[in-house]
Each structure stands twice: as C-alpha cells, then as structure tokens.
Design a protein around this ligand. Sequence first.
Ligand SMILES: C[S@@+](CC[C@H](N)C(=O)[O-])C[C@H]1O[C@@H](n2cnc3c(N)ncnc32)[C@H](O)[C@@H]1O
Length: 357
Amino acid sequence: MAVSSNDGERRGWRAAAEEALYGPEGFYRRPEGPAAHFRTSVHASPLFAGAVARLLCRVDRLLGRPAELDFVDMAAGRGELAGGVLAALPGEVAGRVRVHAVEIAGRPAGLDPRIAWRGEPPERICGLLFANEWLDNVPVDVAEVDRDGVPRRVLVGRDGTERLGEPVAGEDADWLARWWPLPAEPGLRAEIGLPRDTAWARAVSRLARGLAVAVDYGHVSGERPWYGTLTGFRDGRETAPVPDGSCDLTAHVALDACAAAAPAGLTGARVLTQREALRALGVTGARPPLTLASERPADYVRALARAGQAAELTAPGGLGDFGWLLQPVRLPDGAEVLPDTAGGAGLFVDVPDDEEH
Ligand SMILES: C[S@@+](CC[C@H](N)C(=O)[O-])C[C@H]1O[C@@H](n2cnc3c(N)ncnc32)[C@H](O)[C@@H]1O
C-alpha cells in the first residue's frame, strides 16, 4: 500500500468517491457523459434496448395493460436507454408509457421531449425500473486486513495514495461479517456494499407494482474476490482508481446482498447472468443461414451484424457475465417475467425469499 505524508486529507473511499464522481466538479457531471469513457451494453447495440422494451411489454401484460405504464431508466447516463426503449416499443404501448430518466447529471440537449428528466425516481411506479450499471457507481468504503488480522477502513488522498484507518465497526462490520467475511490474512480487501443495498432498497420501494432490474458486474457469497475490485476508467481504458474527478470509480456489486435488502414482504428476487436474461428475451448470437446470403443479401448482412452484436452482449468473459438482479413487486402469483433458467447453468443462484441482514 502506497503511503505519503499528507495524511490529514485522507478519508474513506466512499466519501472520496462521492465527491470525485458526483461533486460539483465530478466525473459524472461532465458534459460528454459516461459513453465517452466506457461502453455499456446500452452503447454496444440497440438490441439491448430492444430486449428491455420486450421485458417492459411482458411486465405490461402481467399488470393487465394499465392506462399509465412507467418505464424508469435509473441512472440514465445521457438517456440513451430511455430513448432506445421508446423507439423499440410497439405503438400501442408507446402511446401509454411514461418514460422517466433518473440522473444526477443535467438533462442533455436534444433529448426526446417524451422523456421526463428527474433526480429521483417517481414516488409510485407501475411498470419497470431498469438500472443498468448504476450500483457499481454507488460509492462504498473499502476494508483491508492489517498485519494483526483486523479489517480496517482504507483511507485515501486525492492522489490515490492510501493508508489504513480505524477498525471497521458498527453496521459496516455487521455487513462484512454477513456478506464478505475477511480471513485474518494481511492485505485481503473487501468493498463494504451496505450503501448499495440501501440505494437498491430505496429504488425498489418506489415500485407500487411491476419489476425492478439491476444489471452490473457482480459476485455472490463464497465467490468474492480476495482483493476487491475497485478500479478506475478513463477514455475507454482501465486505470488506477484516483478520486480526483479525472476517472470513473467502480467496484463490482454484491448482488446477493442487494437482493436480500429488498423492502420487507417482497419475495421472489432472482439473480441470473445477462446471457441467460437476454436469451430469454430473444437475443441470441445465432448466425443467419447461409442460404439467406444468396436469396436476400441485404437481409443477410443485417442479420449477420445483429448476430455479432448479440454475441458481444452475451459473451462469456464480457458483457454476458453481468448479473441481472430481478425483483418482482406485487405481480400476479406464479407470474414469470423470465423463464427460470438460473438454477443450473448460471454464475448466480436464486436468492432465498426470507433472507435478511
Ligand atoms: C456507468 S453510468 C451508466 C449509464 C447508463 N445507465 C448506461 O448504462 O449507459 C452510471 C450513471 O449513474 C448515474 N448515477 C449514479 N448515482 C445515481 C443516483 N443516485 N441517481 C441518479 N443517477 C445516478 C451517474 O451520474 C452515471 O451517469
């Protein structure tokens, strides 16, 4: 661990990242938006927005086609997903849907006027709340085991140099013990995911009926990385995490902990891979038949391009390994928004309904 002399300016990673990302000069306040620095599934292909639109249509049917259906693009970036979903919806649904983009940054110029831009989700959502790559940007503190085997809060300066602070205590220590227990081996690290659990529970609590989905790189109990995952991104490249506003600061999400944090009484949370979720929504990387090339060459080329994009969205070792946390809210008994494929194949497991912190 690097150490320098100006210890007085150091604070926990959570506070440091909060300012570096969302403060007045923060990384996410910049006009160019996240897409200038990294590619999410939303930017990889319009097939992603198409799949989310189909998911919204499924939720709509399960809700009995309400007169006012909500689509909430939570942590909307520059509203790219909101716009893509609107464009992909069948006319009848597009006529009924209210689209809300929830973002800390300001409304981008030229955004479709049908998209409402807001700082918080609506109080009462009936429909689909979809959060793509939000929770990994909810700042968290980092714990590191000291030479006596005690987990301590990592303090960081604006230049990224670190030292160990006080032992982790209170609800953060409880969270670590429950979700990310650290063996007494010096240097092991964990990201304390409690603020993400709280943020997710708050967002889910805004749903009167429907489905909430969080999509992120994640991990589950028993498979946590030994040294954590905190990292930076700038100009399309991974970089050292430095909380000075110059780069994104991100850490993978303990999706099982978020799932278990859902408001009391809500059951049925599941976590599956993006590969499984997108396949269930009709996105596959299957190549078109060669016969199409001679019969309808233009269609063949288009289908080939679609297959390439679908392959990227579902790729092992890439976007396909993202986790989809699904939280149904007061949907009809037995309703299945996506076929239950998580049990056998996926990286993740079902989350027990009765789990609590
Ligand atoms: C990695 S970007 C993802 C953008 C978009 N969802 C996508 O997939 O391309 C994360 C975004 O979350 C926003 N964000 C973080 N915390 C937020 C919050 N509490 N409310 C609204 N937006 C938030 C950031 O400003 C940033 O634009």
